[in-house]
Write a protein that binds this ligand. Structure first.
Ligand SMILES: Cc1cc2nc3c(=O)[nH]c(=O)nc-3n(C[C@H](O)[C@H](O)[C@H](O)COP(=O)(O)O)c2cc1C
Length: 190
């Protein structure tokens, strides 16, 4: 293998796709694709990290409500992902496509019925860098598809059931489940 030296133009590589759900002033839902999503841990709790650049209806809604949902996008949601990502709720309501949503189980946030993994979040804190806002979000509830058997813990979520869309500038699906931590490296016998 020979690697090619490149620039930050190629910064997008292997990102999960989420649709961030917020309520507008009139209680209609707004969804917006965000792939700058990760997780950190502080004081016995996990925090979802979500980064948003520029002016967005989603950012206005969060400033007003302090709440959001993060809906994992599966491969059967690509049309919705494209629709929500190619317009802004600032211009007009995103209601030309039909989709079903429900209010969160714990928080007053819109959740997409098609999504197989949903975080209901309250904003804990945020960091502003230029016109990018990075939100640290408390996960008040996590909903997952019942077809995913009760996860045994953090290391027991079979992503092949969720069929997530992975973004690199293009959309991809994932392949097979390869195993768990400890399945591959074995300490040599002493
Ligand atoms: C696949 C995809 C991924 C995106 N990821 C991000 C992202 O991580 N951060 C961001 O600021 N904008 C991202 N965007 C752009 C927003 O989705 C876009 O600005 C959206 O129209 C904002 O909608 P709103 O104004 O209704 O909130 C992405 C768009 C697409 C299509």
């Amino acid at each position: 293998m020979k690697r090619i030296n490149s620039s930050q133009m190629h910064s997008l590589c292997v990102q999960p796709c989420f649709l961030i759900g917020t309520y507008n002033e009139n209680e209609t839902p707004n969804f917006c694709p965000i792939t700058w999503v990760s997780v950190t841990y502080e004081n016995n709790q996990y925090l979802l990290i979500i980064s948003m650049n520029g002016d967005k209806k989603t950012k206005e809604n969060i400033a007003r409500t302090n709440l959001l949902s993060a809906n994992l996008v599966s491969t059967n949601m690509l049309e919705l992902l494209d629709y929500f990502g190619t317009r802004s709720g600032k211009d007009k309501p995103k209601n030309e496509m039909t989709f079903e949503y429900s209010d969160g189980a714990e928080l007053h946030v819109p959740t997409l019925n098609l999504s197989r993994w949903v975080y209901e979040c309250e904003i804990d804190s945020m960091v502003q860098k230029g016109d990018t806002t990075t939100y640290f979000c408390k996960m008040k509830n996590v909903q997952y598809d019942e077809k995913l058997k009760e996860p045994d813990g953090l290391g027991d979520i079979n992503l092949t059931v969720l069929e997530p869309v992975v973004y690199s500038g293009m959309y991809h699906s994932i392949g097979k489940c390869l195993g768990r931590i400890g399945d591959f490296y074995k300490d040599p016998p002493q």
